[in-house]
Design a protein around this ligand. Structure first.
Ligand code: B12
Length: 450
């Protein structure tokens, strides 16, 4: 079958989902192409030309995001909130008009809102969860006959009502196809400073109250072997000429022995490929570990601190202490690794005092790549404990509220304080501030009280 995968994302990010999916589809014997929306000039003309030329039988639309909040100094509170749903709808409308191929939805932005997306786009089929096995199985059943309504993770509309089958996670990650980066022309990505991304594992053992990953991917880690991770990086170099890869894992350094084994593999191969991570957890970041990261070619690491207030770390169930945050910052400062740090302010329990504590800790260090601060916690899914709690308390009644974007801001943060916070943070050298869904937070007097 001819399968077109449309990467519908319109914010800069590596199209990791589409390339892993494309690799799996191709390995299953199909012909596959990827259309990347990110660089579209004249979207209808380009997409129609692709449909005409390729004549796909099936089109998989990969949805990464529902919303984007982008830094914009001209916007209120420095952030512009963009609803990305109409952009996905525009794509689907073009596909529907220009092709009779079957359209299937999937991707990280689809997972939480499968039914809402099907309704919004007036479609009848999507697949939640990891696509490497489920999507080829769907294609096989479509081609050879079989029940497409029992595919793991499928969500479908039949006779006006919605049904869903539990998703199934991929167990043997080493035996999956390599991500098919060679199907893309990487030059425009490089021009936007996008580094090709791969994952080294699935799963998350931590219990952070605001994060869905543990429930989404499972608490038990499913690891790729270090040799496999390096093989992916080498294949990326062949396909894109990028000597750098980003690990898009949850907490690259957990489990630590896995991260160490990857670093050692890199060192043993004497490769000049480099790697980076946006998510290093302040746990076990010692001098030894930093030396391993450095020697194996780490070109960037973001320390995901989130808070350096003891009360907030406890209430968010981050699983580390202020002392560990300091030890991590100290070890990284002693290394030559260019590192940044990120904070998430506004979770339950946050007050001006807890923010002051956090900033006082960070103020003791020089953070070469700067500090990324997010204010406000998006409520996405019941997989986040803070959403489940609010649903139990009757604050969230309908999934549609989540699909429309709900942000939590601690009621302990007075409005006058919040209004000045972004500017106060930006005045600190190297700080960037993103205020999640700012306009709505300010137009709705109850938004902070959720
Ligand atoms: C890494 C990551 C980032 C990195 C990206 C770095 C990079 N180089 O790629 C950074 C830190 C920059 C980032 C930023 C943001 N991110 Co982010 N990010 C992720 C993360 C952790 C992993 C995504 C990934 O690449 N996974 C690896 C690939 C291989 O998996 P995948 O894309 O899920 O694809 C698989 C399946 O989904 C499926 N699949 C994919 N497409 C399709 C299509 C079909 C048809 C089918 C059947 C299956 C299928 O098969 C694939 C293979 O298994 C996810 C959370 C998560 N665990 O999924 C959040 C996530 C995608 N991000 C999210 C958000 C909100 C953001 C931000 C908007 C946050 C913000 N407020 O700034 C920004 C947006 C920036 C941007 N320009 O896109 C949300 C999106 C939620 C939503 N519903 O919209 C997620 C889901 C996290 C969350 N909150 O739960 N992010």
């Amino acid at each position: 079958m001819k399968v077109l995968i449309v990467s519908s994302n319109s914010l800069p990010a590596s199209p990791s989902g589409p390339v892993y999916l494309a690799g799996a589809v191709r390995q299953a014997g199909h012909t596959v192409q990827i259309y990347e929306r990110l660089f579209a000039g004249d979207l209808p003309a380009e997409l129609n030309a692709k449909l005409l030329e390729f004549q796909p039988d099936v089109i998989g639309v990969s949805i990464r995001l529902v919303f984007g909040d982008e830094l914009d100094p001209a916007a209120p509170l420095g952030t512009r909130h963009t609803d990305l749903r109409p952009r996905v709808k525009e794509i689907v409308d073009i596909l529907r008009r220009g092709s009779s191929a079957r359209i299937v939805l999937g991707g990280p932005g689809f997972n939480y809102y499968a039914q809402d997306w099907l309704e919004y786009l007036d479609l009848d089929y999507g697949i939640r969860g990891e696509g490497e096995e489920a999507f080829p199985l769907f294609l096989q059943r479509l081609e050879q006959g079989g029940d497409i309504h029992s595919i793991p993770g499928c969500v479908f509309r039949q006779a006006g009502s919605y049904h869903s089958i539990p998703a199934c996670s991929v167990q043997d990650l080493d035996n999956q196809a390599l991500p098919a980066y060679e199907l893309l022309d990487w030059q425009p990505y490089a021009g936007r400073n996008i580094t090709p991304a791969i994952f080294t594992k699935r799963g998350c053992a931590f219990l952070c109250t605001y994060c869905p990953y543990g429930k989404l991917e499972g608490r038990q880690y499913r690891l790729k072997s270090p040799a496999r991770v390096l093989a992916e990086a080498k294949a990326i170099f062949q396909a894109t000429h990028s000597r750098k890869v980003m690990f898009c894992d949850n907490n690259f350094n957990a489990p630590r022995r896995h991260a160490e084994a990857i670093c050692r593999e890199w060192i043993a191969e004497k490769t000049d490929l480099q790697w980076g991570t946006g998510d290093l957890r302040p746990v076990g970041i010692t001098d030894d570990f930093c030396r391993l990261m450095e020697a194996s070619g780490c070109f960037y690491a973001n320390l995901a601190i989130e808070s350096a207030s003891a009360a907030m770390l406890h209430s968010m169930k981050r699983g580390y202490s202020v002392r560990q945050v300091r030890e991590s910052l100290e070890a990284l400062s002693r290394s030559k690794i260019p590192f940044g740090a990120s904070l998430m302010l506004g979770a339950p329990g946050e007050t001006p005092e807890t923010i002051a504590e956090t900033l006082a800790v960070l103020g003791d260090y020089e953070i070469p790549d700067g500090v990324w601060v997010t204010i406000g916690v998006y409520l996405w899914t019941d997989y986040q404990d803070i959403v489940a709690e609010r649903r139990r308390a009757g604050v969230i009644k309908d999934n549609r509220e989540l699909f429309n974007g709900m942000v939590y801001l601690s009621p302990g943060l007075p409005r006058t304080y919040l209004r000045e916070l972004p500017e106060a943070l930006q005045a600190r050298p190297g700080y960037s501030v993103q205020f999640n869904r700012p306009a709505e937070v300010w137009s709705n007097p109850n938004a902070g009280a959720g």
